[in-house]
Write a protein that binds this ligand. Sequence first.
Ligand code: IPM
Ligand code: MG
Length: 354
Amino acid sequence: MHKHIVLLPGDGIGPEVVSAARRVLDAVAARLHLNLTYVEHLIGGCAIDRQGTALSAETLRACQNADAVLLGAVGGPQWDDPTAPVRPEQGLLALRKGLGVFANLRPVRVYPSLVDASPLRPEKLQGVDLLVVRELTGGLYFGEPKGRFEENGHLRAVDTLEYRDDEIERILDLSFRLAQNRRRKLTLVDKANVLESSRLWRQIATQMASRYPDVRLDVLLVDTAAMRLITHPANFDVIVTENMFGDILTDEAAVLSGSMGLLPSASLGGSGPGLYEPIHGSAPDIAGQGIANPLGTILSAAMMLRYSFHLEEGARVVEMAVERALAEGCRTRDLGGSLTTEEMTGAVLERLVF
Ligand code: IPM
Ligand code: MG
């Protein structure tokens, strides 16, 4: 089987973690008769510097024509001027939209060996294994009107939170199905006591629930959900929520696992390629030092094997290797250890067992 992957290393630690994940993909491919080809393109700040845009039309086209896309991170302080005409993050948003990847899967689990790395008490962390399904191509990130307008001598800044019924239905449908294959619990997180869009999500979810009688649907207001993620994290199975709530709650949930550097994500939807990226950012403070935790990106590559290439075995081999490396004490700096990116990647490669 041949698969073509677009690599988008991006900014900061992006190139370091993407090259680590590529080594793991190559090792898996060699064992599973998978022929992988790669092409690298620019995105984010480096694309702004060299091409004047955060995502060129050519790069987007290359991604659309690939079998899967692996992205590192975008952004950094040198592109952070709020008045700048173009920002690195715009490249990422244009890519998500351009690929139509409306569902962002962010699994959060607690590795027993890392319980001490989390600020929560160990008994709270017992059994934590949740999946956040974040809507990724709608809501405040994309709603129109958006922008700054001058009105009666004042500057007005507008973002719009808008969802259409079909956008809500497709992600709920996927979430119900994901829940069916897990512990059959789906929690819709919204702000239905205030937001009209949330009331539409809730109405559609409640109607759809009868089509999935084996899944228990709960609804939870986002402020309460933020609290429960800390007080009762093990009670969650699948969480589905709109774009910005999902952005915020997944950073919070990452704390459960001990480090942002561990969390992978898969962005899926439509018929095009999936987009895989760690949920951590570009970490400019440690960029170029070779000390970033590569596991979030390596685990994203495992999700690529699972969802884009349907190689469940390959995905599990990688996930098991990560788990064993952690269990056997391998730690990068973010986890209180001293392994370099290279050494941690090597530790995973050594533990790939087919
Ligand atoms: C994420 C990030 C992005 C987002 C930023 C970099 C635009 O925080 O993937 O969670 O808000 O979606
Ligand atoms: Mg985020």
